[in-house]
Design a protein around this ligand. Structure first.
Ligand code: ASP
Length: 438
């Protein structure tokens, strides 16, 4: 299921240029925000963003998104059917899920520890708070949290109608259905099982062609996505929420550049520098799209072509990871819950914070791998701790930037998980397209 990649350096250039040009345009042409008023973006910039940059960015993003449901379904079903009987699926599944939960718990704990130490919410002035509430309060009320109960969990895990789940991009439901189909294939007569597997493999390979087309325009698409964000956002909000943003970013850096590299070395048996240099395209795609799902096709290629992970393991671990492996999201949620508690003067004792860690892990596993996918679930965590969910408005303005960073860490987690599972199954082969030492 692999395809030749784009020139990684060209995508990186698109990313850096987009950020530089966007920040420059913002600095030169967007006046600093007046307290209480929406950001005064000039009309010509709005026109360029709405008619050129956003559409081109969306073409790139949607060419990736359009492949996600067929790719997750086909690759997971084939992966499960090839891993072997229920016992083997259970063993690999347990390792995979255990890794996801453990790394998310580490992420949430790092986040809470940092926010307790730095206390970024304590210093935020009343005036800043009111300004942020005015600007983003409306958006927050649009994002109503669903009431998360055992029943909603069952409903999201087991859809009544898989086609509807696919249409609504409910990935947990699609994952369960794919697991059932994959296990079912192992029970079919040999000719039927082979026909089914061949069909699903063809679907996967077909999606790769579409992904290849997306990657042709990736440098321009990435430029446009980053330009749209940076040209509108600039640095104003980052200054207002500086402490909070810094805590999230430092936490993510610890998780992405210290914790995961250690796991790559110890559990994946690979040199972290080799890991990062071969994961470049995936990491850039995650950063620029803010979507684990949109990064899935690139991840499968990275794992198979560059890491030497066999397709049956990549096809099993990575689709699960795109929805469930979200250490960066768990960390971000932990910091945000405590930050907002500090701002609003809600005290969370140690026991409450332990519950926050557990909730962050569970909601991160359940969050959709799309831009802002964790926000509705995060609102339920806030509500459960007595923090008004509307207070999310305070941080929505900087969420896009933080989403780019946490999705990158989620993605590093996905790739480290696939290395670990492949190695623990004794299946980590020689990479096909190798660079630098292992
Ligand atoms: N954008 C994240 C992802 O796709 C999910 C989130 O934290 O909102 O991994």
């Amino acid at each position: 299921m692999s395809a030749p990649g784009p020139k990684q350096s060209r995508i990186l250039i698109g990313l850096v240029l987009g950020a530089i040009v966007g920040c420059l345009v913002n600095y030169l042409f967007v006046p600093p925000a007046v307290p209480g008023a929406p950001p005064a973006i000039p009309n010509w910039l709005k026109t360029i963003n709405e008619n050129v940059a956003q559409p081109i960015g969306q073409i790139f993003l949607r060419l990736l998104f359009v492949t996600v449901v067929p790719l997750v379904f086909a690759s997971l079903a084939v992966g499960v059917s090839q891993i072997g009987g229920m016992g083997a699926v259970g063993r690999v599944g347990a390792k995979t899920l255990g890794y996801f939960l453990l790394t998310a718990a580490i992420g949430a704990t790092i986040g809470l520890t940092l926010v307790n130490a730095v206390q970024p919410g304590v210093g935020l002035s009343d005036e800043s708070r009111q300004q942020l509430e005015k600007q983003y309060g409306g958006e927050a009320s649009k994002k109503q949290p669903a009431n998360y109960t055992v029943m909603t969990f069952v409903e999201s895990m087991l859809p009544r109608n898989p086609v509807k789940a696919a249409a609504d991009l409910e990935m947990l439901g699609i994952i369960t259905f794919a697991l059932l189909v994959g296990i079912g294939i192992t029970k079919l007569d040999k000719p039927k099982a082979e026909a089914m597997t061949r069909f699903l493999e063809s679907v996967g390979e077909l999606m790769v062609f579409i992904i290849q087309w997306a990657m042709v325009i990736a440098p321009v698409g990435v430029f446009c996505l980053i330009f749209t964000t940076t040209s509108q956002l600039g640095f104003g909000l980052l200054k207002l929420l500086g402490g909070y943003v810094a805590v999230v970013v430092v936490g993510l850096a610890i998780q992405g550049l210290v914790v995961f590299p250690i796991l790559v070395k110890v559990l994946g048996g690979r040199n972290p520098i080799w890991f990062f240099s071969n994961a470049r395209t995936s990491i850039i795609t995650a950063f620029s799209t803010s979507s684990s799902n949109a990064t899935l096709p690139t991840n499968i290629r990275t794992a198979e072509d560059r890491f030497g992970v066999p397709p049956r393991i990549a096809a099993f671990v990575l689709p699960l990871g795109a929805t469930m492996c979200m250490a960066g999201t768990a960390l971000f949620e932990g910091v945000t819950v405590l930050f907002l508690a500090q701002v609003l003067g809600v005290t969370l004792d140690l026991a409450s914070q332990v519950i926050v860690v557990v909730l962050c892990v569970l909601t991160a596993v359940g969050a959709a791998g799309v831009p802002g996918g964790s926000i509705p679930l995060l609102m339920t965590v806030l509500a459960s701790r007595g923090i008004p969910p509307e207070s999310i408005a305070l941080i929505l303005g900087v969420d896009r930037i933080l989403d780019m960073c946490r999705t990158t860490v989620n993605n590093i987690g996905d790739l480290s998980a696939v290395l670990f599972v492949a190695r623990s199954e004794g299946a980590l082969g020689e990479p096909k397209a190798e660079s630098s030492p292992k």
